[in-house]
Structure formats: C-alpha cells, structure tokens
Design a protein around this ligand. Structure first.
Ligand code: DP6
Length: 330
C-alpha cells in the first residue's frame, strides 16, 4: 500500500530570457517555442500537501484563504494526475504561501505549480525524476516546468506530453547575475498570461516571431554560456519588446506596461551611457526585471528606487529549483 505522508516543498519563480507566449496545446500547455529562464532565489512559494483518508473533498488554501473556482480547479487538476499516477483516490489538504505579491508580473504560477508538483507527488509516495516533475509542473502552468530545475534552464517545447519539459543549461553558481525585480504596481493585472496565450497567434507578428526565435534563442544561449553580458542584454531586451508587441497586437490588445515601466527602461538606458549596465525584461505585467552583474547591482538599485512610481525592489540571485523542506504549513 502507498504510504501517504505530509510533505512540503519550496520552489522559486523564474524570469524568462526567451519567453513562452502562445500554446500549441492549451490543455497540455505545449508551447510553440523553447524558452530559457533563470530561477529567482528570493521569490518563493512554499506548499504543504497531505493526502488524508478522512477528507471528503480537496481543501485548498492559498495565502491563508480558502480558494474556489478556477484557481481551485487548476490545483485539483494536478492532484488528480498525482492520484492517477499513485493509484489512489484519497483527497488532499493543500496550503501554500508566497513571499511576494501574486499576479503582478513576478510569475507566481511558476513557483506555485512547481512547488505543488513536488509536494503532491512526494506526499503520494511518488519519487519522480526531474523530467517527470517538470512535466507535472508544466501541466499546472507552462512556466512552472522551468522552476523545477536548478539555476538556468531551457524548456524544450517537445511535441507531446512526454517530451515537453525543462533541462538545465547551467547551475546557479555559473554566472553571478542579479535580477532586480522592480515593482511598479501591485494591482491584479487585467488579463492573465493564460488569456494572453490563448490569443497570441492572432498577432500579425506571430509567424515572424517564431522565425526570429530560432536564431535569437541560439544566440542568447551562446551569450549566456560565454557570459557575454552585452550581447546577452541586447537580446534580452529585444525579446521582451517582442512579447509586448505581440500582446498589444493580438485580436484583443493587451497593454501590460505602464508609464513607470517606460521610465525605468529610460533610466537604465541613461545608466548604460555611464557604463553601468542593467538590461530590462518584462513578463505579463508592468513590473521590470533588471538583469545586471553583481558589481553594478547596488548602484542600479539605488538609482531605480528613485524613479517616480517605483514601489519597491527585490534583488535576486540565480536560485535553486524545487526542493523538499520540513517547513510544514499545517
Ligand atoms: C510572459 O506559464 O504563466 O511569463 O501556462 O497559462 O499558466 P500558463 O502561462 P504562464 O505564462 C508565462 C508567460 C510569460 C513568459 C514566460 O514565463 O515564459
């Protein structure tokens, strides 16, 4: 008989250098293109899962609130997959906390579903390989596939459920980069990334982007592995702009960026003239991720915090992926 125990996992958010935008299969979260990211060591979700015989239904609590509706369904989908793999019918209690605000462009779904994948599979007595864990996390949220892996990773798009998962490109210690997450808004975004994905192919630039990505992805990976920071930064910014052009030109235009986003982008360009180099990238939200080297992080952080509209910053190093912890939430 399967031994069901309480298990907890901690998992990071990640920042995509090459973005996932558009799904070939929206049920399985199979992307059109490979994507590349770095885990953020200070933006974490911790999740505890316990499959318990006395429960009549799954109990899901996020940031101390019981969740219903779509958020609950997404969690139950993962619990159901784990139940089918472990051949059990037992319901689970799930509790999860983030140490950063959700829905503002820091990918909370990435840390949430990668933590859930590890905690739930372990609680059901399964010992999944990194590959299987990445697949399970992907089924919850595409970008979560990358958070499972330590350091820098590439999500190989694959062609089916079994071959679409992330692999490591480099360990966290490989390159001492910083991501200064610059929060310019704490409002919930108008359109989720899931909604954005669903209309991505309607942009007239979609096909062009897919073509461009073949070369851009290769170049960015090379620049990363050679630690060629300026080439890397330029590609990073091109890719970020591309994503937002796609969003703005979808059948229903989505405007994720706000005026403070643009003010921070300008401040970074001004700093670069003085040889203080930070490059921007933004996911599906107005907040900016400033990628820089350790030596420039404090100066950039000081300057950026003075830009009108900037609320706060979180300085991240390249982080580990999902791991078990004894820090149980119940
Ligand atoms: C812009 O992984 O959040 O952050 O699979 O629908 O949960 P779902 O989408 P999600 O999309 C992430 C979009 C992005 C780019 C990226 O992280 O690659």
């Amino acid at each position: 008989m399967t031994k069901l125990t309480k298990k907890s996992a901690t998992s990071p958010s990640n920042i995509a250098f090459i973005k996932f935008w558009g799904k070939k299969d929206s049920k399985l979260n199979i992307p059109f293109n490979n994507s590349i990211s770095m885990n953020l060591d200070s933006c974490l979700t911790t999740t505890t899962v316990h499959f318990m015989n006395n429960l009549k239904e799954d109990e899901i609590v996020i940031d101390c609130k019981r969740v219903d509706g779509e958020a609950r369904e997404r969690v139950v989908k993962i619990l159901d997959i784990v139940r089918s793999w472990a051949k059990i019918k037992t319901k689970a209690k799930v509790s999860s906390i983030n140490n950063f605000p959700a829905d503002v462009g820091v990918a909370s779904s990435a840390s949430a579903f990668s933590a859930l994948a590890l905690a739930a599979s372990s609680s059901a007595g399964l010992k999944l390989s990194k590959q299987k864990l990445s697949i399970l996390a992907r089924l919850g949220s595409g970008s979560a596939s990358r958070s499972v892996i330590d350091g820098f990773s590439e999500w190989k798009k694959g062609t089916s459920n079994n071959n679409s998962y992330a692999v490591q490109i480099a360990k966290p210690s490989f390159w001492d980069l910083r991501d200064i997450v610059t929060l310019v808004s704490s409002e919930k975004k108008e359109k989720s990334s899931t909604e954005g994905h669903s209309i991505a192919t309607s942009s007239p630039y979609f096909e062009k982007r897919q073509k461009d990505l073949v070369v851009r992805t290769k170049k960015l990976k090379k620049a990363l592995l050679e630690k060629d920071f300026n080439t890397f930064g330029n590609l990073l910014e091109k890719e970020a702009i591309d994503l937002h052009v796609m969003a703005m030109t979808s059948v229903e235009p989505i405007f994720y960026l706000n005026s403070t986003t643009f003010a921070v982008m300008k401040a970074l360009r001004d700093l670069r003239v003085k040889e203080i180099k930070g490059y921007y990238t933004m996911d599906a939200g107005p907040n900016i991720h400033i990628i820089c080297r350790q030596k420039d992080a404090d100066t950039i952080n000081r300057v950026i915090k003075r830009v009108a509209g900037v609320k706060s910053t979180i300085i991240n190093r390249p982080g580990l992926g999902s791991r078990l912890t004894n820090n149980h939430l119940f």
